[in-house]
Design a protein around this ligand. Structure first.
Ligand code: FAD
Ligand code: S2G
Ligand code: ZN
Length: 478
């Protein structure tokens, strides 16, 4: 699939996996299901979540410990075997699957919680812990994860860190660059970098962990993390509102920050075309009447009465000033989850159209929705739909275009047009999903030549044989 679409792509100067490698891997990973070579089992690991990238790895390795990851990387580095680190394989830019026959190292079996400091809320866990599992473990201890995304049921915290995942709580808890206190990472050589500090403040030398957050598996394999987890909120409310224009959405956003202040924990929007996906493709109900734009606001606080009073006052103001035309408020968990699923299942809903051209961009809020309108004009009736939704609070738009099947012509109409548009408006061509395989060639739309040169020098230093996730994230140094 990948090679059909990218015929000029050449396999790098890597060794091919041979029988001797497989038996060495089996020695390094004793026990059943740790070295997977069965063709049927391999397909899921070789194919990305969007089913748009498929590699041809002959072997998946499933280590349980840092020591095993270290031994595997040392072996692969010496043998010049290319490697793809893989977590939950929910990445959306083709970064988590091989391009050719790279060895897949999966963190599936590295799913131990190591410790939780119940005073400070600092959790230490292995990279293969699934986000939803960490969140429910923490909830039992009156804490919560500082990030939440629609893929929580499958994505690993290691993958979240490797992609510097944003998600729907970034507005409240900030980026992983702030909430991660320490990391343990294994370099291509097998050397273990132990930066697993659990201190909130530690200004001794370069903050190396930051390099690995967002490195997409190209600088090392993250094996453990120390995470500062916020208190679990005592009261959560979700309001789902309808309004007439995107300018109104921005007005409501400004007012929500002003009137809800510190209890605002999420501000998401979706347009009517997005709601159509939810209703038509997933047969779900719109929680309110039909409108051109929808807003999902979540509040999380320590005092339910205080929050409800603030939220009701805010909603009354929004309705009386006609910034909002309709709305509903959910306070019990099941209704809250039902309203959230309308927003969180967008990716799934879009897949029902056939092929999805997915764009995850940062833009100045005043230009935010003009991109969707411009792409609709640009593509017209050649595509099934153009939808816009996303994290308004982070200035992060998810613009998705669908057709019944992949089309080179449509792709050529979209790229680089959309990236040029984003660059012209001083945005970023990838807000939170990373560059992976699909977007790396557009890095210069958002990074200067000198910045990319420095990235290439760091890559050369950290992975001199280029075995870690080749063909991804940054262009090879020319
Ligand atoms: P994978 O997909 O397995 O890998 C992603 C990248 O990280 C690859 O380059 C891989 O090589 C590397 N990697 C994985 N594990 C490690 C490791 N231990 N060490 C080093 N490198 C590693 N993303 C957002 O940011 N915000 C969202 O709101 C969001 N919502 C989503 C909703 C849905 C329904 C889906 C399907 C995806 C969504 N995503 C979102 C994208 C994706 O879930 C995130 O990028 C997530 O962080 C990937 O985690 P993962 O464990 O699945 O990683
Ligand atoms: C989201 C992931 C899914 C998509 O829903 O916030 O980050 O469709 C996205 O892009
Ligand atoms: Zn998102």
């Amino acid at each position: 699939l990948t090679r059909i679409r990218y015929p000029n792509l050449k396999r790098g100067p890597y060794a091919n996996v041979c029988d001797a490698d497989i038996s060495n891997f089996e020695k390094l990973l004793p026990g059943h299901g740790r070295v997977i070579t069965d063709v049927n089992e391999l397909d899921g690991f070789n194919t990305d979540w969007l089913k748009t990238c498929r590699g041809s790895s002959q072997v998946v390795l499933r280590p349980k410990t840092t020591e095993e990851v270290s031994a595997l990387l040392c072996y692969c580095n010496d043998r010049r075997l290319a490697v793809v680190p893989q977590g939950g394989n929910t990445g959306l830019v083709g970064g988590s699957v091989p391009v050719f026959d790279e060895v897949i190292i999966s963190t599936q079996l590295m799913n131990n919680i190591i410790s939780l400091d119940e005073v400070s809320g600092i959790l230490v866990c292995q990279a293969g812990c699934i986000l939803a599992n960490l969140d429910s473990y923490l909830k039992d201890h009156k804490f919560t994860m500082p990030l939440d995304l629609g893929a929580k049921g499958s994505c690993h915290i290691g993958g979240n860190l490797a992609t510097n995942a944003g998600g729907v709580r970034l507005l409240r808890y900030g980026s992983l660059h702030g909430t991660i206190l320490g990391l343990e990472v294994v370099q291509a050589s097998g050397v273990v970098v132990d930066c697993l500090s659990s201190l909130r403040k530690d200004n001794t030398g370069y903050d190396l962990k930051q390099l690995f957050i967002g490195s997409e598996g190209t600088l090392g394999i993250i094996t453990k993390a120390a995470i500062l987890c916020p208190q679990k909120p005592n009261a959560v409310n979700v309001a789902f509102l309808g309004c007439d224009s995107f300018n109104r959405v921005l007005d409501v956003f400004q007012k929500s920050k002003h009137m809800l202040g510190e209890i605002l924990s999420a501000f998401e929007f979706m347009d009517a075309a997005s709601m159509d996906v939810i209703q038509k493709n997933l047969k779900m109900h719109n929680p309110i009447a039909d409108f051109p734009f929808y807003i999902l606001i979540e509040t999380s606080g320590s005092n339910g009465n205080h929050d409800e009073e603030k939220l009701n006052k805010f909603l009354e103001t929004m309705l009386s000033t006609q910034l909002v035309n309709d709305g509903t408020v959910a306070t019990d968990m099941s209704k809250i989850e039902a309203v959230w699923s309308v927003r969180e299942r967008m990716a799934e809903g879009l897949m029902h159209d056939g092929y999805c051209y997915k764009y995850d961009v940062s833009l100045p809020l005043l230009k935010f929705y003009s991109l969707v309108e411009d792409m609709r004009r640009h593509l017209g009736s050649r595509v099934t739909r153009v939808v816009g939704y996303g994290h308004v609070g982070d200035g992060n738009l998810h613009l998705n275009i669908t057709t019944p099947a992949y089309s080179h012509e449509i792709m050529d109409l979209i790229e680089p047009y959309i990236y040029d548009w984003v660059a012209r408006h001083h945005g970023s061509i990838s807000a939170e999903h990373g560059l992976g395989f699909k977007k790396k060639q557009f890095i210069y739309h958002s990074k200067t030549k000198s910045a990319v040169k420095l990235m290439q020098a760091i890559k050369k230093l950290m992975d001199p044989n280029g075995i870690l996730n080749p063909y991804k994230t940054i262009p090879d140094a020319s």
